[in-house]
Design a protein around this ligand. Structure first.
Ligand SMILES: Cc1cc2nc3c(=O)[nH]c(=O)nc-3n(C[C@H](O)[C@H](O)[C@H](O)COP(=O)(O)O)c2cc1C
Length: 176
């Protein structure tokens, strides 16, 4: 395989959910590049119905108390992803609002960049959004989609086998 292609595909193989972080902070330039992926991500009708609240380690005791796992509490960065449904594109035929889809796509692009930068990430959807809303003063018209924790992984990212369904189970050619 072409070297550039290999680098691209290896990136996806290296990504795994990281739940233990070391004490290093994320360098400013690195973080800027990673966050730029959120800004540039695609969204339905380019509505960009998203906001992201960043929490570094400073003054995070109250928030950390909301995290159930010890490892997550040591993450140098927590990103709270919010969707703004009122700004999002809505599919006419059935009224489906695409705000959460758009937020998730932006996060996925960001997670790819973080992986390329040698950082680990983990999605956390298992949260109590109303408690987080109160602690962080998130406006009522925002929906809290989830958190991404990010930092240098305790054990470096490496290619891992994943417990996944087979292609035959999920791909349907022509019709179901
Ligand atoms: C939308 C979403 C929500 C998730 N929520 C949690 C969570 O609340 N806590 C957690 O430890 N992992 C969470 N994860 C991580 C998944 O458990 C993980 O992606 C899955 O087991 C596959 O493992 P891998 O990411 O290492 O490939 C979440 C992942 C996604 C995509």
């Amino acid at each position: 395989m072409d070297e550039k292609l290999k680098i691209f595909y290896d990136l996806f193989d290296r990504r795994r959910s990281v739940r233990e972080f070391d004490d290093r902070e994320i360098e400013h330039d690195k973080l800027k590049r990673i966050l730029e992926r959120l800004r540039r991500a695609q969204s339905a009708a380019n509505r960009q119905p998203w906001h992201f609240v960043l929490l570094d380690r400073k003054g995070r005791e109250e928030f950390n108390a909301l995290l159930t796992r010890e490892g997550f509490r040591n993450a140098p960065l927590i990103i709270v992803a919010c969707a703004e449904p009122e700004r999002a594109w809505v599919r006419k035929s059935d009224g489906k609002n695409y705000a959460w889809v758009d937020v998730t796509i932006a996060l996925t692009e960001m997670v790819g960049a973080a992986t390329a930068e040698g950082l680990g990430t983990c999605w956390i959807a298992s949260i109590d959004p109303e408690t987080i809303r109160n602690v962080l003063s998130i406006p009522g018209d925002m929906e809290i989609v989830g958190l991404i924790v990010m930092g240098y992984p305790k054990t470096p990212l490496d290619k891992v086998d994943k417990d996944r369904k087979t292609l035959e189970e999920i791909i349907h050619y022509g019709r179901w």
